[in-house]
Write a protein that binds this ligand. Structure first.
Ligand code: ADP
Length: 324
């Protein structure tokens, strides 16, 4: 798998930092420990590593859940975000921030749009009113390569104002699959319905149509595209409880565009990986927050004309991602 050739460019990946100035805790089922303070130290290690690389990463993908929802309960959201962003400021590469469920536990959608977590790159495409208030954008770090950042809480009951049409639409979707009073408790009948919980979300038709148009443009230009979202969209790349509500609107669309080579997500702290039937790699990155002190959970991706090579640290495995 080693390649001595110079990559076209490289980039860093890291997921679910979930920093909080709190003592260690657990996930809901108390099966995994969460190291809220230590995640900042692990982030620092990752940034030091990226800054010392011979080939400096062109950018970092922060795959969402940058701070934990508990910050909100302690009135510490702004402070915690500042702490993590200050850490990122020592990184020589630009950071692209993806929005996850914990972003919405701490901030409203409009707060996020006017915050440092809005890393949207304005392209030269025509303005599309249907994409207002959807945090989705694309960028090209080098000729023939494109990255598309998706908003997985565009349809959700945590990422939309209660007074909005999308909130009502999202409530209808979740309630039609989940009969529980507590909507974070998954429905128990069909395993594939477990995804209809409040901490997941999905993609509106407007966003799916926009993605289709962006990928059509990429197909025409002969680009290689990596699509990024907090929430995974392939059932074999995650446990079903962490899948996007309408994953089945997205992954067939990705398969229908020859430009798409990879989909990257966070959310499922155990991570996951599969190559789908069309040859697209679906990588779900292990979460930093559940990585014990002394461990690591980040990676650097070396991008070549015919493949990407992921060099993982700690819990992140090395992988060769050949283009289809
Ligand atoms: N089975 C469940 N029943 C009820 N609430 C749950 C269940 N699983 C998770 N939750 C709640 O959903 C929210 C998100 O869950 P969590 O596992 O903390 O998500 P994340 O992995 O994104 O941190 C938390 O408030 C948690 O208490």
């Amino acid at each position: 798998m080693e390649s001595n050739a110079t990559p076209v460019f490289t980039f860093g990946i890291i997921a679910d930092i979930q920093y909080a100035d709190l003592k260690d805790g657990y996930n809901y089922h108390r099966t995994r420990k969460r190291y809220y303070r230590n995640s900042l130290h692990l982030l620092r290690n990752a940034i030091r590593h990226w800054n010392e690389e011979n080939v400096k990463p062109s950018f970092i993908l922060q795959l969402g859940d940058i701070i934990d929802g508990f910050n909100s309960k302690h009135g510490a959201s702004e402070e915690a975000l500042k702490t993590v962003i200050d850490e990122f400021r020592s990184c020589s590469a630009q950071v692209h921030h993806v929005w996850g469920n914990h972003e919405f536990y701490n901030f409203s959608r409009s707060d996020l749009f006017s915050s440092v977590l809005n890393s949207e790159v304005k392209g030269d495409e025509e303005k599309d009113d249907r994409m207002d208030y959807i945090y989705a954008y694309h960028f090209s770090p080098a000729p023939k390569f494109r990255f598309v950042v998706l908003d997985a809480y565009d349809l959700s009951i945590i990422g939309q104002e209660e007074s909005s049409e999308k909130y009502s639409q999202s409530l209808d979707i979740i309630k039609s699959h989940n009969p529980n009073e507590e909507l974070n408790q998954p429905p128990g009948i069909y395993p594939m319905d477990e995804r209809f919980v409040k901490f997941n979300g999905g993609f509106s038709q407007d966003q799916v149509d926009w993605l289709d148009r962006v990928l059509t443009g990429a197909d025409e230009k002969g680009e290689k595209v990596t699509v990024v979202s907090h929430v995974p969209v392939h059932p074999f790349s995650t446990s079903s409880i962490c899948l996007a509500w309408n994953y089945d609107d997205v992954f067939p669309l990705l398969q229908s565009h020859k430009s798409v080579v990879c989909f990257m997500a966070g959310h499922d702290h155990d991570g996951g990986y599969c190559v789908d039937s069309s040859g697209i790699h679906h990588l779900t990155l292990e979460g930093l927050i559940e990585t014990p002190p002394g461990g690591d959970a980040f990676g650097t991706v070396y991008v070549y004309e015919d493949k990407m090579i992921l060099k993982g640290k700690g819990r992140i495995k090395n992988r060769e991602l050949l283009y289809r």
